[in-house]
Design a protein around this ligand. Sequence first.
Ligand SMILES: [Zn+2]
Length: 368
Amino acid sequence: MVQAISLVWLLPLVAAGAGRDPADYVRLQRLSERVVLAHWIGPDRLCHLVGIQSQKGLVFIDTEMSPRITAPIKERVERAFGRTDWAYLINTHGHHAGGNGAFADIPIVAHENLAEEIQWRIDTQTDPQRKRKAIDDAAQILTALRNDLRQLGAGRTYARLMHGEIRFWELYIEDLQEGYEVVKPTLTFSDRHTLDLGDLTLELVFFGKGHSHSDILVYVPQERLLFTGAVAYQRAHLPEIGEQSHMEDVRRSLTVLDEFLDPDVAIDRVIPSHSPPLRRSDLVPIRTYYERMLAGVQAAQRQGLSLEQTSERLAQARAFRTYLEPPPGHWAYRLHERNLRNLWRICEEPSPPNQRPEATTDARAMPK
Ligand SMILES: [Zn+2]
């Protein structure tokens, strides 16, 4: 099996997509004169990267899995705006920093936890065994996609999406084989940071550990837009309480959601990474989930219930029916149970002397 897979990635890249301009697989959605969404196409692939133009230059939010996949998206955004004067790259969290190498020469802004979060990308390239496994895993996906396309004999629209998906993995494998630059943020912050772009300001706010250790939101008041990365994942998608989350993270998430649910804060659209644009009201169920889970677990612990009894009382099918349960195999399958276990542990932890998260506005340069 392994031999067969290894052979596949040694073969010349003669697949359907090779030879075409990779930028053809990028889809753009213009949100306004100053803002464009861009994503690499695939049958089940939606990861919005964002281009913003301002008086002080272009800003990109998030990158794809690796630089070779990110560069054509960057190029399409440059074409859309007719300029190339990049000012900043922002990462909403560590999962969306794999292509930072395509922006190695401009400031990269992110939460201070992000650098550590992407260290595995460097390790994957410096450790030969890990590198081999990463290439084999990607090659296996590629083989399955090519087989699917051959067997399905798909219609034109679906085939085009499949070619996009295939090209995506081909480029990723090329990056892994040759080695790609993993670029850590050069401007980091702990709580919040504002970027002044002349006609626009970007307000970056740490959400607390949950989906990852470094999730931030990006608010653009002049455009009445809130970019939420993977925090507001999709409509009715469960929020996350992570293995590394503490009470300060849960409380911070509630505080940040309150800030953006305040009607005095102008927001027309909420833009998640992996969903079509949402409305501000789609943030309400996220807040409700954190609030009801926290109140439920705290009450159960006060009443002396066990975790099992609490899991029964707060079962998703009973207490949180409006949130989706993805099918088995999906990364978020049984997420509610994991959230509950993590929150149980969090509520048992002694509260630190300083309950409130620090309200710093510092941003400091980190060594590259
Ligand atoms: Zn993510």
